[in-house]
Design a protein around this ligand. Structure first.
Ligand code: SF4
Length: 63
């Protein structure tokens, strides 16, 4: 099981949304101007979201 966290101090929200585009499990959604985590239990721990985030705002850990 994965634990995904977004550091909202660093996240650019809907203006960036790289993680939303790249996640194969559709774990991120845009809600207003914010990115939310919606499907955490489906995470495959591929870490692509961490790789594409320009601000190192996304963290994925094995829980
Ligand atoms: S690690 Fe992979 S599956 Fe999990 S949230 Fe990031 S991009 Fe999606």
């Amino acid at each position: 099981m994965a634990k995904i966290t977004i550091d909202y101090e660093k996240c650019e929200g809907a203006d960036c949304a790289e993680c939303v585009d790249v996640c194969p499990m559709e774990n991120f959604e845009i809600e207003g101007d914010k990115i939310i985590i919606c499907n955490q239990e489906e995470c495959s721990l591929c870490e692509v979201c961490m790789d594409v985030c320009p601000n190192e705002a996304v963290k994925v850990e094995e829980d």
